[in-house]
Write a protein that binds this ligand. Structure first.
Ligand code: NAD
Length: 435
């Protein structure tokens, strides 16, 4: 039986593919094939009923040639070291693709956070920092929220880190609550960054928003905000889903109402919203129907936005995807085999390392504000984000046309050229051998 390709192996395949289209030193490639440092810890937590449970935690620093490593921290039952290594690798390329001075890192804990009480979740968050405090830091490796982590959790973590270091260290974490040093505009930055990419496509293709239909898989932080912004501009968001299922309304779902309904219990349940888009069948729209997640991906829409987890579009369903445009708000939702099939069918995939880079970009703005003790207005955050995303989109799109490659390969080439320049500036074989 053929061994299934791991996420990290898939990432290396994408690196090799991009290397065929640019002049890159073999030493750069060799360095990028390996994570710089990997830390695995076990975190013992006293549960509310008095028992002890031990959770596995990971932090991977993939490459720091462009700056301190940066990347989210997820709490998820299926998180493992391979996933975290791949996500850290993608962060290296994401930061390089949009030109921010960070390297790639990522972390996670294998846990179902929804099964923990608030106090257990706080103990786990602080316990993770206790184990990792010597490995992370404002000048070395800076975590942020990702799947099932959020500003409250970042607030606990930065507090624990500050206590352990005997002094306030707000820039050790980003995505914090605004009241403890978070940046305005960080909450919706990932969705907004993807929205700016879609606005670039709109400009290039002369789209009329009201004529375009959209399906979004995943209705958490990233999915909700991109839905809200597109709906506001008149795009027809016809389907949305979350881990419990999805809803479909051909005339367009009432996005603000669905957001309100999904989050209705957030104030009661605190950290996680216990609502689901499924409860919104009657959100002001006659004819809304329930659909399984899988059928959402295969709907006949103009733009498909996967905003949940990895490996959602694979060789098993790629041939049934009807959307001509996919904007990857999630990390790694399309696997390498599916890329080839989609390419053969003329589907344009705006890759994750560009489409969801808004989050890390505003995390960078937060880190800068913390370092200089400043606070930016939200309008400044939005306009600088638009500038970063627009510049990166246009540069990568230009590369795609010049090289005749797909969007993902162009994004990797663009990032790889930056990384190669940094590696070469420190000297490679030819420099040390006077060639
Ligand atoms: P989140 O925890 O806020 O939301 C995740 C959403 O996905 C939830 O609505 C959940 O119900 C849904 N979901 C989970 N499994 C699903 C499934 N099988 N089918 C459909 N929906 C499912 O997480 P988030 O921060 O919005 O992250 C979503 C994706 O975006 C992840 O891939 C993450 O790595 C990526 N991302 C997030 C950020 C950020 O700043 N939050 C930045 C870059 C990339």
């Amino acid at each position: 039986m053929k061994k299934q390709q791991s996420l990290f192996e898939m990432s290396l395949e994408r690196l090799d593919r991009a290397a065929n289209y640019c002049e890159v030193d073999e030493e750069t490639l060799e360095r990028l094939r390996h994570a710089r440092s990997v830390m695995q810890v076990s975190i013992p937590i006293r549960m509310d009923d008095g028992t002890l449970r031990v959770f596995e935690g990971y932090r991977v620093q993939h490459n720091d040639i462009l700056g301190p490593t940066k990347g989210g921290l997820r709490f998820h039952p299926s998180t493992d070291l391979d996933e975290v290594k791949a996500l850290a690798f993608w962060m290296t390329f994401k930061c390089a693709a949009v030109g921010i001075p960070f390297g790639g890192g990522k972390g996670g804990v294998t846990v179902d956070p929804k099964a923990l009480s608030r106090l257990e979740l706080e103990r786990l968050s602080r316990g993770f920092v206790g184990r990792m405090a010597g490995f992370i830091g404002p000048d070395t490796d800076i975590p942020a929220p990702d799947v099932y982590t959020n500003p409250t959790i970042m607030g606990w973590m930065v507090d624990e880190y500050s206590k352990l270091n005997r002094g306030k260290a707000p820039c050790a974490f980003t995505g914090k609550p605004v009241s403890v040093g978070g940046s305005l505009g960080r909450e919706d930055a990932t969705g907004r960054g993807a929205y700016f990419c879609i606005k670039e496509l709109e400009r290039l293709k002369a789209w009329v928003p009201a004529e375009k239909t959209i399906a979004i898989q995943g209705f958490g932080n990233a999915g909700q905000h991109v839905a809200r912004l597109l709906h506001h501009d008149g795009y027809r968001v016809v389907a949305v889903s979350d881990s419990q299922g999805g809803i479909y309304q051909p005339e367009g779902v009432n996005v603000p109402k669905v957001i309100e309904e999904k989050n209705r219990q957030r104030t009661l349940s605190g950290l996680y919203c216990e609502g689901s888009v499924c409860q919104c069948k009657e959100c002001d729209c006659e004819g809304t129907e329930m659909i399984p997640n899988q059928s959402l991906l295969e709907l006949d829409v103009d733009i498909l936005i996967p905003a949940a987890m990895e490996n959602q579009i694979t060789e098993d369903n790629a041939m049934r995807i009807k959307a001509p445009y996919i904007v990857e708000v999630a990390n790694g939702p399309v696997n390498a085999a599916a890329d080839d099939i989609l390419g053969q069918h003329g589907v344009t995939v705006v890759p994750d390392i560009l489409a969801n880079a808004g989050g890390v970009t505003v995390s960078y703005f937060e880190w800068v504000q913390n370092r200089i003790g400043d606070r930016w207005r939200e309008t400044k955050v939005h306009s600088r984000l638009r500038e970063v995303m627009g510049d990166a989109f246009r540069a990568i799109h230009g590369k795609m046309e010049a090289l005749g490659v797909d969007f993902r390969t162009a994004a990797y080439v663009h990032a790889l050229e930056r990384l190669n320049e940094a590696v070469a500036s420190q000297g490679t074989y030819s420099y040390f051998n006077h060639q």
